[in-house]
Design a protein around this ligand. Sequence first.
Ligand code: ADP
Ligand code: MG
Length: 322
Amino acid sequence: MPLSEFALIERYFRHRGMARADVILGVGDDAALLQPPANVELVATTDTLVAGVHFPDGSPPASIGHRALAVNLSDLAAMGAQPAWALLALTLPEADESWLSEFAAGFGSLAQAHGVALVGGDTTRGPLCVTVELLGHVPRGCALTRGGGATGDALFVSGTPGDAAAGLALEQGKLSAPAEARAYLRERFLRPTPRVALGQSLRGCASACIDVSDGLLGDAGKLAAASQAGVELVFSDLPVSQPLLAALGEQRARELALTGGDDYELCFAVRAQDIARLNATLPPSQWGYTRIGSLRTAPGAVVLRDDGSVMEFSHSGYQHFA
Ligand code: ADP
Ligand code: MG
């Protein structure tokens, strides 16, 4: 007997993620009732994953559940916010119980890890599509934004960008790599790590922040544009992982670090006078971030090579594997 919509919600989504005392009414009524703490600003974001567009058809359901929440957690991380409540709008071609169970587990364990309660959503039939709305909060006046940077600020990135794009290319059979590198890179695409603790720790320290979802060069450019500045990156300073180097070699690994998407790392700017405090309170070796360049006067984004020449980028990350 096919699962009714009511039974499906009850079985897989009623008690997902963290049980929170500030959820007055969660899944089950017409809308959720939530009690934000005093002296905060609410922070709200939503992102949709469409099958065949944002993940390959046939992706592991646990990965789809994880990524649907992770991309939203990453947005809140970039604002320096504390995530709290999620809504899940799910469009499914059919009520496949083993798919649902794995999807809900992937979503639920990431929600649990970040103290997020699933408080509502919507369930419809149609081509597979997952939309998550995530709500959180930040102390009044303390949110990070894209627009707070200024010419002369140092620019940093967390993690090792490019890994997820290589992982996706491996998933799609467009790239080959040694077995160990393959496992690591696939995992970076299937289960990205939203930098929620880093984002919150950067409050009062970073001047501007953005999460890297569409490629470092483009997203750093967006931060710079919002800050009415340009951006200058140093090619040889771009952090790349050993597995990415093993798969692509140094030149292509750094190109992919610049242009590949789906990493969900943070790119942030810091005033020159705040860099010592950043390094002292958030040791780079412990927090895993690297200086990659600066904001500069001229508009646009440029990448400098060691020999002082400027690199031109006309290709997106996808085209590397076309
Ligand atoms: P309504 O028709 O009033 O919108 P629904 O029957 O769609 O109510 O949903 C019933 C309850 O289940 C609501 O609280 C809704 O937020 C919740 N819900 C529906 N789908 C999901 C889902 N995929 N995940 C979490 N909660 C859901
Ligand atoms: Mg509804």
